[in-house]
Design a protein around this ligand. Structure first.
Ligand SMILES: Nc1ncnc2c1ncn2[C@@H]1O[C@H](COP(=O)(O)OP(=O)(O)O)[C@@H](O)[C@H]1O
Ligand SMILES: [Mg+2]
Length: 244
């Protein structure tokens, strides 16, 4: 479980999150229903680790480990994954090497004795995922996300999830910027990925994705406080009657 107990986050003089308290349990899926600029992306990147944010908190833990004392790599090893609202492009890092490195780290995380998988074996290992996600093998030789379309970047993120099997997956507006076909494909891939071994934390303005992925809880934020938690029936009410 990710347990956030009274978290306040600010940057320079600007207060972004004010005394947030909420929990994300493994097995359950969540939806954060917060207004624009309310701090959804801030919370996401704060949890994953971000250099610019100041914070005070009673505690933030992940499976009872103190999350705030871990660096980004340790948070990832502890099972946290962030799908960025804006996926970064990183020149000079070859996609195949990036994927192989994170895969090797995830194997070592389970078994410290594990030897690194060679590029040759790795290529064989991911070929089934490439087929499943319709990713052309030629992509592997390109720089990480550089010049990839929105849709291709999403597929690469899903490929990463498949490789390392994260427990808590934050999806920061994964449904935006996709055309209908790409959206459907991403939503079905996420549906297949969702299991009792992970928790999807969905940040969205559209409810369409919730037709694919069942959420157990909805968190509503108002005036920087988590007003209350709801079951998914809230979504049905909003679709019918609107936000107000
Ligand atoms: N690194 C930062 N520096 C300055 N302001 C920031 C930073 N990160 C977020 N903010 C501000 O915090 C507010 C919340 O942003 P964000 O978390 O992106 O909202 P949301 O994702 O809910 O739309 C915005 O007003 C944004 O400009
Ligand atoms: Mg955002």
């Amino acid at each position: 479980m990710i347990k956030i107990d009274n978290l306040k986050v600010w940057v320079w003089e600007k207060e972004i999150l004010k005394w947030i308290s909420l929990n994300f349990e493994l097995w359950k899926n969540y939806c954060l229903l917060w207004k624009n600029w309310s701090g959804k992306s801030t919370l996401s990147s704060f949890l994953m680790w971000h250099p610019n944010y100041n914070y005070i908190s009673w505690s933030v833990s992940l499976d009872w480990k103190d999350l705030l004392s871990l660096n980004a790599e340790e948070r990832s090893k502890a099972g946290l994954f962030l799908s960025f609202q804006n996926v970064p492009e990183i020149q000079g890092i070859k996609l195949s090497e990036f994927l192989r490195i994170i895969y090797n780290i995830s194997l070592k995380n389970i078994n410290p004795e594990q030897k690194d998988i060679s590029p040759f074996i790795f290529k064989r290992h991911i070929s089934k995922y490439l087929t499943e996600l319709h990713i052309n093998e030629g992509f592997l030789d390109r720089d990480l996300n550089v010049g990839f379309s929105w849709w291709e970047k999403r597929k690469i993120e899903i490929l990463q999830m498949k490789l390392i099997g994260p427990k808590y997956i934050i999806l920061d507006e994964i449904d935006s910027g996709l055309d209908l076909d790409a959206f459907r494909a991403v939503a079905s891939m996420l549906k297949n990925l969702s299991s009792e071994k992970n928790s999807l934390i969905i940040i969205t303005h559209y409810f369409k994705i919730l037709e694919y992925i069942d959420v157990d809880k909805v968190y509503v934020l108002r005036d920087w406080l988590v007003e209350r938690e709801w079951g998914k029936e809230l979504i049905e009410k909003i679709i019918e009657a609107g936000f107000e």
